[in-house]
Design a protein around this ligand. Sequence first.
Ligand SMILES: Cc1ncc(COP(=O)(O)O)c(C=O)c1O
Length: 409
Amino acid sequence: MFLTLLNTSWLQRSELMPGRPFLQIPGPALVPERIVRAMSQSLIDHRGPEFACLLKEVLEGLKGVFQTSEGQILLYPGSGTGAWESCVVNTLSPGDRVLGCVNGHFSSRFCETASAHGIQVQLLEVPYGTGIPADLVEQHLRADQDRQIKAVLVLHNETSTGVTTNIAKIRRALDQVGHPALLLVDVVSSLASINFRFDDWRVDVALTGPQKGLMLPPGLAILAVSPKALEANQTSKCARYFWDWAPVLERNSRGEFPYTPATALLFGLKESLAMLREEGLNNVFSRHARLAEACRRAVQAMGLKLLAKKNDERSNTVTAVCMPEGFDSDAYIAHAERSLGIPFGPGLGKIKGKIFRIGHLGSLNELELLGALAGVEMTLASFGVEIPLGAGLAAAESYLLQPASRQGL
Ligand SMILES: Cc1ncc(COP(=O)(O)O)c(C=O)c1O
């Protein structure tokens, strides 16, 4: 009996998993040791001078990551979902109309947040696997002759499908029409991983959480807001208390918050910003691009299809892989977790059971990615999917071995 068990479950994970853990979901990503250590220091008085210095430093550092000198940063204990709410209730009023761009599960929920506050969402919906076409945004805005649309809601990177939308083009669509709508952008799975330029693209609100490119545990809602968004804040009539920007900005100017802040996460954030500065933002972007391309080549060499249709829309933080016909991706993900202890992201909403997602964001290097890809190959094979073992790894390795000039970045 014991022998049979051993034979049939060669990939059965023991309760205690030795070695470095893998966490290949598209965020939270593994938190680097440096950040863990920074967060484990003793707490300080959140109304004292030391805290005021910490706050000043992280607000300035975040401006650099958002690539803004004009924007103001707002920080809350919370999550990406909280950041949606903070964005909506501070810039809009019940009854306002917005253009909600939907190409996946998270963009749909961003729009639901607006609807929950009595905002009318005019949907621009495209199939999962595609980015938001700027010409469609332009058409919608052009048709809005009396300028009723108050804002365009869009995701820079739709984490549920592994698709990046070109925000510079969306900005140009607004400019082409001369439309005054605010540009409200979710950068939850792109900030500090995929180039995002708040000032250059004249974004009005960009919002994120800390658990992806910023390499922290979850627990913050982070926003960058433009002067135009602050103006809209003056007249916005949505009910708000905790999420209200005004008291936060006022108290931040005195080095404190109107509530108890997530001090330990701010220690971590200071360290994360230092790590990003040391590596250099542009190097961070090219590392993500290189690892993402290696991952895509590996998956395709395994004979699997990517959900993202167009090459230039494929995300550099998450790869959504179509499960071969006849296999359920939720069952596969459970198998991978059980057998090798490697978690992947599931298909969400309409594509539940149809895809799995490999996260490759945050503090990640070549060998870690190759380890994860070996995990994909071994667990797919042991799940019964016929794949040429080693082909994915070989494709990724030969791409990573190419000189930077030939990697097409
Ligand atoms: C693009 C995007 N927006 C928003 C969210 C929601 O963030 P949270 O789960 O931190 O509330 C997520 C979560 O993964 C996301 O990927």
